[in-house]
Design a protein around this ligand. Sequence first.
Ligand SMILES: Cc1ncc(COP(=O)(O)O)c(C=O)c1O
Length: 397
Amino acid sequence: MSGLFDNQQQGMQQIGMLRGSGLHGYALETSSGCGPTMMVQGKECVNFISNSYLGFSTHPKVIESVKLAVAKYGMGIGGSPLACGTSDLHNKLCERLAANYGKEDAILFASGYQALLGTIQGLMRRGDVALLDNLDHRSIIDGCALAGCKLRSFKHNDMADLADLLERTSKAGPRRLLVVDSVYSMDGDVAKLDEIVPLCRQADVAVMIDEAHSLGVMGKTGKGVLEHFEMDPSTVGFVSGTFSKFAGAVGGFTAADREFIDFLRHFSSPLVFSASLPPLVVAAVLASFDLLEQEPEWLERLWKNVAFMFDGLNNLGLDTADSTTPCIPIMVGDTEKVLRMNLDLLKEGVYCSPVVHPGVPLRKERLRLGVMASHSQAHLEKALDGIAKVAKKHELI
Ligand SMILES: Cc1ncc(COP(=O)(O)O)c(C=O)c1O
């Protein structure tokens, strides 16, 4: 056993220093639901740390459907999808997802991370080549490692670099798959899918998208990035995503042609060897889809709030990078400053994410805000006041 922990030493020293300096503001204890405000270490704060953009996880209709599901199915389902983990609710959700993305079928995973991991592992083999945007989510990179395929990346959202990469890898492997986030989780900008897809089609490369921050957010009715660009769903082969953002719940999915989904159902390790989502979670996600259809005002409110926050932050002179979505970075560019600002914001009753290296490149450290549809005008104004005060104190403005 000796030596097993050696390569963890440096990381643990860094964490120890962070704790020692009193700047460790991560995993703070909360004691409320994930609403527009949250109780953080006993203090009520406006919640800007979550990805529950629509705020559905505390919506009364979602809670009611969860109660009904618990009464009927109990807590968990007690097995993986191939065993006893495929209920009528699971199948209904798969149908809904397939219809949302114009695909033949869909499959559910225990998390969004597992959906990306398990889909890439199922699709790719040793020798195949994955083409990734260099800001793709970690689950995509880990999926490539699990598949054992080659990984090549292009500069973030840079179409000239992608064209070059497509050219350079044209003989690199038997099969190539391009995987991009639809909306980038740390930068909040949107993949240029309307340019990526034609380039890939020309190069005979299949396309997969990660809809984590896009489902329920992008497009006129929240169907995602394909609706946003008014693109034909058949132009993208594989769509994965998560329920942790759109529904504020947990779980992930992949939608694609029936044949491929059936293959994954039997051969994707993170799916086959993991327990199925509890029916109560599936019921919550189904209720969230109902809300998206029946109460479109949430999506409207979300984008109204997003516009208000961009106006407020940019009027303060803060740099929100290229974000155009509810995931808004405030660029700071210094680790210690980000951590100190985060703690000062908590004192102002504003709870957001301090993002530092290796989550983002060095000198790109930032505070990250997740705007919610359920934030009131008063919540947003309180946040902007707090941000202005703290940004001035730390000479960001
Ligand atoms: C872009 C992206 N993909 C995938 C995931 C994984 O989703 P989940 O948290 O549901 O596992 C996340 C969440 O952090 C994400 O931001």
